[in-house]
Structure formats: structure tokens, C-alpha cells
Design a protein around this ligand. Structure first.
Ligand SMILES: [Zn+2]
Length: 308
């Protein structure tokens, strides 16, 4: 539950920032605090709530987001130093999200509902959701349909909402995504080793893509620092660093079409050029025989893609 709501909010923040508005980072002490008016808090807090202000909706999920067990998998190599990865034993079963908007100051129920639909549609097309997203799962398919008019009206209304007069380019925003999707008809042995719990719709792919990408940052000046900054670190002498690149597992998008999503959050990233270069090299990889689809390069185009 927290995992789902947390990721919906995260993508909501990324959209709002991408549209040039301020969205706070609720995980920091700098996050919004309601005092006297809506102008005290960002639009995301107006919808999702924050200190002193309740959420503009209630969310219920028909099926519990129960923890599934994680199972360790290992790469089939002689490298004994590698401890393997832990992946969920099975994907989530279908579930229903029931959203009940509440009457709230200046945020009417229809606006709240459309906001959440826009966010969920964006996740469906470009992201992932829930606690298991960090293991490369969390790709969803929804029955939400949005048309151009709905999206345009929502964008116009969004631009007029009152909120703090701040700007921040440092936090995740859809305006700064470098991302792509591969469509592969057959999964290459070298990249993909095993199904997730025998489920024919999922294949372990994320880790192999990550190894390939990590290897792209092993040369040149300051390679280790660069690699750790981009791909992240776990434990060790220094504190863990989250990876700026997220890679999904392989999922069956249509009959005979496997997809893998790769998302780089690289706002003001010192290594933005390196990330782009590695993505270009990945696209050229003959063994993958993949059809690559670039994500839109502007927030407006992201919104436009939601009605298609
Ligand atoms: Zn806020």
C-alpha cells in the first residue's frame, strides 16, 4: 500500500516539476508545511496531503500489497565474488485501486481524479509502481483512457493552481528523463537467464542490462566515481548510493514481443553525456536485435503520448 501510494506520488512530483511548477521532496525536512493558505504548499501536497493538510482523496486497494518472498538468482559465470540478486518469486496479481476524491480547498473532485488518472497513465506507459519496482518489477497495464481534450484541460488548470513561488531543477522531473524501451522478439540467452517463478510473462533481464551498462563506465578519467554515481553502490566503505538508472525486468508486452524499460533520472547530472552515450551503444548492440523506442524529450510530448 505504502509502496503503491509512494510511487504514484513520486511520478506526480516528476510530472508537476516537468510542467515547470514546484514540487517538494517529501522525504526531506524541506518539504511543505501548510500554514495559512494553499500558496504555502506545492500542488502535489495539495493533492496528496502533507504536514497540516489532508489528502484530497482516499485510496483503497482491493488486494493487499502483500510482501512476496524474494529469491536469490546468480549469474552463470565463474565470478565468485558476486553474491547474486534477489528478485520477487512472483509478479503481482490483478488488483483494483479505488480512489474517492474529497472536497478540498480549491481542488475539486474532478481535478483530483484526473490528476491521479494522468499519473497512473504515465506510469503505465513510461514507469513502474510499487515496492517491487526496485527489483525491476511493477510494470502495470490499466483500463484508464484519456483523450487529448481531457489532458489539455487538465494541463491548463494545473498551470493556474496556486502554489509556492520556488523552482528546483535538482529533483526528478519528466523534463529531464533520458529513457528508452527495447522491443525484442526473442530474448538472447546471454542477457536473460530465467523466468520469474516459471511465469511466462516475465523474464529476468534487468540485472544483465545493468551489468552491461555498468561496464560502459569502466574507462576514462575518474571511471570508478562515475560508475558509482550513475549505477549506484551498495554498502561498502561509503554510504550506499541509489542508482540513477532504473531497468525493468523483461515483460511480455504483446504476443511475441518482449520489452525492457530503461529510465535515467539525470537532471543536472555531471555524467548526462556519458549516460546518453551508453544508451546509444546499447541501441547498437547487434546481439539484442531490438527495436528501440525513445521516450519523449519534453514534458508536453509526455502528456500528449498519454492519449495514444
Ligand atoms: Zn509539497
Amino acid at each position: 500500500m505504502t509502496g503503491l501510494l509512494g510511487s504514484i506520488r513520486f511520478w506526480g512530483e516528476a510530472i508537476v516539476r516537468g510542467l515547470g511548477l514546484w514540487a517538494c521532496d517529501p522525504t526531506t525536512s524541506d518539504s511543505c508545511r501548510y500554514q495559512t493558505s494553499l500558496a504555502d504548499i506545492c500542488l502535489v501536497c495539495q493533492v496528496f496531503g502533507c504536514n497540516g493538510f489532508s489528502a484530497a482523496f482516499k485510496i483503497e486497494i482491493t488486494q493487499s500489497d502483500a510482501e512476496t518472498q524474494l529469491v536469490a538468482i546468480k549469474r552463470n559465470t565463474a565470478d565468485r565474488r558476486h553474491n547474486g540478486w534477489r528478485i520477487p518469486t512472483q509478479p503481482q496479481k490483478p488488483f483494483t485501486i479505488r480512489i474517492t476524491p474529497r472536497q478540498s480547498q480549491s481542488i475539486d473532485p474532478e481535478y483530483t481524479l484526473t490528476t491521479l488518472k494522468v499519473i497512473l497513465k504515465l506510469i503505465e506507459k513510461f514507469g513502474a509502481i510499487g515496492a517491487k519496482a526496485s527489483q525491476g518489477c511493477g510494470i502495470i497495464s490499466t483500463d484508464i483512457r484519456l483523450n487529448d481534450d481531457t489532458i489539455t484541460n487538465w494541463n491548463n488548470r494545473t498551470q493556474k493552481k496556486s502554489q509556492p513561488n520556488k523552482s528546483n531543477d535538482q529533483l526528478p522531473s519528466i523534463a529531464h528523463l533520458t529513457s528508452l524501451r527495447s522491443q525484442i522478439s526473442a530474448l538472447p540467452e546471454a542477457f536473460l537467464k530465467t523466468q520469474i517463478n516459471g511465469n511466462p510473462n516475465w523474464q529476468v533481464a534487468s540485472q544483465a542490462f545493468r551489468i552491461w551498462l555498468r561496464n560502459q563506465f569502466r574507462t576514462g578519467n575518474n571511471a570508478q566515481a562515475k560508475r558509482h554515481e550513475i549505477m549506484g553502490t551498495v554498502g561498502g566503505k561509503n554510504a550506499s548510493k541509489r542508482s540513477d538508472i532504473w531497468v525493468s525486468q523483461g515483460y511480455l508486452a504483446a504476443s511475441g514481443i518482449w520489452e525492457v524499460r530503461i529510465v535515467a533520472w539525470n537532471q543536472n547530472h555531471a555524467y548526462k553525456g556519458d549516460i546518453q552515450k551508453s544508451f546509444e551503444s546499447l541501441k547498437q548492440l547487434n546481439t539484442l536485435n531490438a527495436n528501440w523506442i525513445d521516450y519523449p524529450d519534453q514534458s508536453e510530448k509526455f502528456l500528449k503520448a498519454l492519449s495514444q
